[in-house]
Design a protein around this ligand. Structure first.
Ligand code: FAD
Length: 446
């Protein structure tokens, strides 16, 4: 017997139910990844993620080769490629993990149609992307949770299945041809790097996570987001291992992983929220030349607010930004500049190595007040946020070289410094009290 396993956002060998089921049912298995040109057409093919993906695929191939197999890569429409591969090796069945995004659900529908009548069975397994599958927990009267706290309570009590080990051997039929693996940076992506990072984190970072997670300069978060996005790390295994470590650091970390599941279950139930407001506030976001100029200053890290600019420059340089930074810059764009959250979400998706439709769009909506936030009109003040989360100003000095010589927290208010000390750093694009007035008026708060 033969089976095809379609890998999507689950580029790993550990804890992979579809692979496990295929190996139990068949003597030979084709581990398949399809490079789908529609991803680029949808504008989701950012260079940082393309590079990371190349590393993930190279590592998956290496892991399979160690076990006697190999990865088969194809280019094209996934349903058509799965059918072609299944026909080439005369497979009896196809295994795939359930999709949660609209894009993934459409792919799954096409696969179902394409395989119908071929005599080959399609097995859709629970998603392997989250710890708790979307839809497994629902409140009374709805198909998803819209508030985090009750979701977290149910999620914490949910009995997770055990983690599955990686297979020892994988036999792949020789007849199936593979395209070349895409070129890219194998050093960054991949299951082995992910597992190393997780072990390091559990040993050396987790314990202090609850006290250090918002400290921008300390950089004391796991940096596992891209691995979780590409599924080189199982969210379920990550939760199990963090819980086993125990302590307040682990509790705080597991709570963040729950946010990830929360966003997924919401997107799976309401795929349209990737582009449309979850809860409309009837915002008439600013548009036109002045708004475009403000958005450009935001993108380029020259708003004149050091914390915002430091975080935006970190994003440009690293393809990653600290969560506290993301909260502050998103609040700044949507509530201080009053520019549509979609403008910011697009920019993030163009650059983030962990750019993820569920986490990105729903966090943007949360901050913009169009999502599930229970305080939709809260505005983060970038100066106060700087004093609180970068108390000595080290994070700002790291990313804003114009202000590198300014000592201590004075770096958060450069407009109070003599001009010669500002070294060409721009004046604020807007005064905070004026911006707050504009926002309150727009939301009908006065
Ligand atoms: P840690 O603090 O170590 O957290 C561990 C893991 O928990 C993360 O890797 C992530 O998978 C999950 N997590 C943490 N915070 C959140 C959160 N607020 N919501 C959902 N999951 C969370 N995360 C993405 O993975 N992709 C995105 O595209 C993305 N866009 C965001 C946009 C905005 C405006 C905001 C405010 C947040 C966004 N986040 C996104 C969430 C969060 O900022 C990142 O997951 C986190 O900064 C990644 O760093 P880390 O792995 O060191 O996180």
């Amino acid at each position: 017997r033969r089976a095809v396993v379609l890998f999507t956002g689950d580029l790993r060998l550990h804890d992979h139910p579809p692979l496990r089921a295929a190996l139990a049912a068949a003597d030979e298995v084709v581990p398949l990844f399809v490079l789908d040109p529609a991803v680029a057409r949808a504008g989701f093919d950012a260079p940082a993620r393309r590079d990371f993906l190349a590393g993930c695929l190279a590592d998956l191939d290496a892991g399979l080769r160690e076990r006697g197999g190999r990865l088969v890569v194809r280019r094209g429409e996934p349903a058509a490629e799965v059918c072609a591969v299944a026909a080439e090796c005369d497979a009896d069945e196809v295994h795939v993990a359930a999709a949660d995004s609209g894009f993934g659900q459409r792919r799954e529908d096409r696969l179902r149609v394409a395989l119908a009548g071929s005599g080959r069975r399609l097995h859709v397994h629970d998603t392997v992307v989250t710890a708790v599958p979307p839809g497994a927990l629902t409140p009374q009267g709805s198909d998803h949770f819209a508030v985090f706290t009750p979701y977290f309570r149910h999620w914490s009590a949910y009995r997770l299945r055990d983690t599955l080990p990686a297979p020892r051997t994988v036999r792949v039929p020789e007849s199936v041809r593979s395209a070349e693996l895409p070129a890219g940076g194998p050093a960054k992506g991949g299951e082995r790097a992910a597992r190393r990072r997780l072990s390091q984190w559990l040993r050396g970072g987790l314990e202090a996570y609850d006290t250090g997670q918002d400290d921008l300069a300390a950089d004391a978060t796991s940096r596992l987001s891209a691995h979780l996005h590409f599924g080189t790390l199982s969210a379920l295994e990550t939760v199990h291992r963090a819980r086993a470590a125990g302590g307040p650091g682990a509790d705080a970390f597991v709570r963040q992983l729950c946010w990830r599941d929360f966003n997924r279950q919401l997107l799976a139930a309401r795929t349209g929220v990737s582009a449309a407001d979850y809860r409309t506030r009837h915002d008439l976001w600013r548009s036109g030349r002045a708004a475009d100029a403000d958005a450009a200053a935001w993108r380029e890290g020259r708003t004149g607010y050091p914390l915002v600019d430091a975080a935006m420059r970190q994003l440009l340089a690293e393809g990653w930004m600290h969560n506290r930074g993301r909260l502050v810059v998103a609040s700044f764009l949507t509530k201080t500049l009053y520019v549509d959250w979609r403008v910011g979400a697009r920019h993030f998706l163009d650059l983030l190595v962990d750019g993820d439709i569920a986490n990105n769009q729903l966090n943007w909506q949360w901050v913009a007040g169009t999502g599930t936030d229970t305080r939709p009109n809260r505005v983060l003040n970038p100066v106060l946020q700087g004093r609180r989360n970068d108390p000595d100003g080290d994070y700002v000095r790291r990313w804003v070289p114009e202000l590198a010589a300014v000592r201590g927290p004075a770096v958060h208010e450069p407009w109070k410094l003599p001009e010669k000390d500002r070294k060409g750093y721009p004046a604020p694009v807007v005064a905070l009290p004026d911006a707050l007035d504009r926002f309150r008026q727009a939301r009908g708060l006065r």
